[in-house]
Ligand binder design. Structure first.
Ligand SMILES: Nc1ncnc2c1ncn2[C@@H]1O[C@H](COP(=O)(O)OP(=O)(O)O)[C@@H](O)[C@H]1O
Ligand SMILES: [Mg+2]
Length: 245
């Protein structure tokens, strides 16, 4: 589904992503893990077009999307949750969702295949996602009145709402309570059951080992290990990378 080949991104002296190569299988949860500064978010920024690569290739569904525009990449079906919040604090949860859907309407493909939805359709769609993230009682709550964890849930909802073939989630459970972590784990597993393809960045190994089908370990911009959680768990290189933090 997604193929990264010899990807490179340096920031003056820092080799953030350095000859990085890996592949993502469809209909599975893959976790990109590694110590802080390993280059995980930079890989996401390159895939979603926010940063331009110095070298290498990004192939999505057999299409070369290397250094394509953010809009083109999003239209090809890549949806993303950011590490930092991007909600509009002075809008309600529902309006944040509707705004995301209105943005969708301005995309050229939706007008093309006359997918423009009525406002009732949109409200319906927003309500379904609110239910999925168990936030149906918060539709009229202002985003600024939500707890940090609830905001993360709403942002996850927004990423799901965006029509997509591939979900990229940058640290969806960082800083949230253990209870909410469980909930987010459940949501992600439910999405996988619905045949979604998910690439997840997560610093916490316990969380990822529970839900990921495949794990890719980055250190200093390079893949140092990949495999099933059981194969990664006791890999001395991985333990060393984490301990060396
Ligand atoms: N826009 C940027 N400008 C300069 N350095 C950056 C920038 N983005 C990331 N870096 C550096 O690149 C390295 C990898 O960062 P990042 O991809 O955010 O790591 P991770 O997400 O794995 O914690 C770090 O050393 C970071 O300081
Ligand atoms: Mg990061």
């Amino acid at each position: 589904m997604l193929k990264i080949q010899n990807l490179k991104k340096h920031f003056s002296g820092v080799k953030a992503v350095n000859n990085c190569s890996f592949e993502i299988k469809p209909q599975a949860i893959t976790a990109l893990i590694g110590p802080n500064g390993a280059g995980k978010s930079t890989v996401f920024n390159l895939v979603s077009g926010i940063l331009k690569a110095d070298a290498g290739k990004i192939i999505f569904n057999n299409k070369n999307i290397t250094n394509s525009s953010i809009e083109k990449i999003s239209n090809s079906g890549v949806s993303r949750l950011f590490q930092q919040s991007r909600l509009f604090n002075n809008l309600t949860v529902q309006d944040n969702f509707l705004l995301a859907l209105n943005n969708e309407d301005t995309k050229f493909w939706s007008s093309f295949i006359s997918l423009r939805e009525t406002s009732a359709d949109k409200k319906n769609k927003a309500a379904k996602i609110l239910k999925l993230i168990t936030m149906e009682n918060f539709a009229d709550t202002l985003a600024r009145d939500l707890s940090y964890g609830q905001k993360r849930l709403v942002e996850l909802g927004r990423a799901i709402l965006n029509p997509h073939k591939f979900l990229m989630l940058d640290e969806p459970v960082a800083g949230v309570t253990p209870k909410l972590r469980e909930k987010i784990a459940e949501i992600l597993l439910m999405l996988k059951n619905r045949k979604e393809t998910i690439l997840l960045i997560e610093h916490d190994m316990n969380f990822t080992f529970k839900i990921a089908d495949d794990i890719i370990v980055l250190e200093r911009g390079k893949v140092i290990a990949k495999g099933k959680p059981s194969e990664i768990k006791d890999n001395p290189k991985v333990l060393e990378a984490y301990l060396g933090e």
